[in-house]
Design a protein around this ligand. Structure first.
Ligand code: HAM
Length: 424
């Protein structure tokens, strides 16, 4: 065995998790396609300045968790592995002139992301998000659409108890005054706060609301709610989102402490939470409006909204509830034989079966036929075709435990295909 291990926080996904991951990913693309969100594949690295500006220099994601790449050769820019997809999607929106398309532009992606975080269950250094973004519409209708797509995706995977925890984080007109109110609320207990929270009190008091530290959690319980401090426009927008979600049957929990860890949010902010999960594991996804981001990245002022759902956490939740889909099935037909001379023929017959739409593999050993049959049973195969020394084939039905007489190739292959069609 080599001494190498996968790097900390970067996992191998084995079955049945690999299939579950693929299944949740396929369902994500299907949900996006069905709702008219255009697929977009973004590069896995961008200029690190993009994330610094978009997500915010003081956010944990940029300040502590960004994987920066050394500039190489003539390339003077520092790239970073993407820690999220929104900044790249907005960069692409501006770069490709999507403003000239009908608005909003609806985009979806499934992206592998990297954050140098402390690894624990549900928190990895490489993870995957289902991300959708609707860029170019400021009205509450698109908020309803986006929030509902994420909730329906999770419900349809079987996570029927998912809750939408909804808040508004206001805008540049009303948030500064609220932040000062919040600072005044926490200042009397500043000495009790952790070092990190003390610096948040100076740089970004909003983040004190979602701190996990005991002193901050205790003080946050009596903090004024931002939804009581919104300007008239933000309040009207929030009220329309709340009543709209009630109308379309999405159950919402009012969550005045959901402020999100990225700096670009304005107005609507929410999380998809599973009650009863440990720590962060129940935080399946989150999203919000980011009405200032297109302009911040050099585009024309354009409102936008989106969410990201963590596929890794979705799979963990499915596993915890016994809802993992079955791992990919083994081959339905195994082509066996004991002579070395029949190896090429076995491989060819398996390929012919696959070309005809069945799943099949050859046994490429020269083990005793009994061992090869055992291997086929272990794979869950329905039938075995045995290549006889004279080149004829024998079909064995593993479900009925019956075996036909050796016969000519074409007839046996056709019979095997019929068998798996009837029994599969
Ligand atoms: P976020 O809240 O940072 O938002 O991440 C969204 C989801 O990604 C989390 O709820 C979680 O399920 C998953 N996630 C985050 N970090 C990790 C990790 N280290 N390991 C496993 N899963 C993780 C965003 O990224 C925003 N870009 C969402 C958004 C899109 N807002 C607007 N548009």
């Amino acid at each position: 065995m080599s001494g190498f291990q996968s790097p900390r926080g970067l996992r191998d996904l084995l079955e049945p998790l690999a299939s579950a991951h693929g299944w949740a990913t396929d369902r994500a693309w299907a949900a996006a396609d069905a709702a008219g969100y255009a697929r977009i594949e973004l590069p896995i690295a961008e200029e690190s300045a993009l994330f610094e500006r978009a997500v915010g220099g003081t956010s944990d994601i940029v300040a502590k968790e960004l994987y920066r790449l050394e500039p190489r050769g003539d390339d003077a820019v520092t790239l970073a592995l993407r820690p999220e997809a929104t900044a790249g999607a907005v960069r692409a929106y501006i770069q490709h002139g999507m403003r000239s398309q009908p608005q909003p532009v609806r985009l979806a992606t499934v992206a592998q992301l990297f954050r140098y975080d402390r690894p624990q269950k549900g928190r990895y250094r490489q993870f995957t998000q289902f991300d959708i973004e609707a860029i170019g519409d400021g009205g509450p209708g698109i908020d309803l659409e986006v929030i509902a797509i994420g909730a329906a995706y999770l419900r349809e995977l079987g996570l029927t108890d998912v809750q939408v925890h909804l808040n508004s984080v206001g805008c540049t007109a009303c948030r500064p005054a609220y932040v000062e109110t919040l600072r005044a609320h926490f200042t009397p207990v500043s000495q009790e706060l952790s070092e990190v929270d003390q610096s948040r009190l100076t740089t970004n008091p909003l983040r004190l609301l979602d701190s996990n530290e005991t002193a901050a959690v205790k003080r946050a319980a009596t903090a004024p709610a931002i939804t009581d401090h919104l300007c008239a426009d933000c309040a009207a927008h929030h009220a329309a989102v709340v009543s709209g979600l009630a109308t379309i049957g999405v159950t919402v929990v009012a969550a005045p402490r959901v402020v999100r860890g990225l700096d670009y949010y304005t107005r609507t902010a929410w999380e998809y939470l599973l009650p009863g999960e440990q720590g962060q594991q129940g935080a399946l996804g989150g999203g919000g409006r980011y009405d200032g981001l297109v302009e911040l990245l050099g585009g024309t002022p354009t409102p936008a909204i989106g969410f990201a759902i963590g596929i890794d956490r979705v799979v963990l939740a499915l596993e915890a509830r016994g809802l993992l889909p079955a791992a990919a099935a083994g081959p339905a037909i195994v082509v066996a034989g004991i002579e070395a001379e029949s190896l090429a023929n076995r491989v060819a017959i398996a390929a012919e079966l696959r070309a005809a739409g069945a799943s099949a593999r050859a046994d490429v050993s020269t083990r005793k036929i009994g061992k090869q049959l055992e291997g086929a049973v272990r794979d869950g195969a329905l039938a075995v075709i045995i290549v006889e020394p004279d080149g004829r084939l024998t079909l064995r039905d593993l479900v009925k435990a019956s075996q036909a007489e050796p016969a000519e190739r074409g007839g046996v292959i056709a019979a095997a295909l019929r068998l798996v069609q009837n029994e599969g």
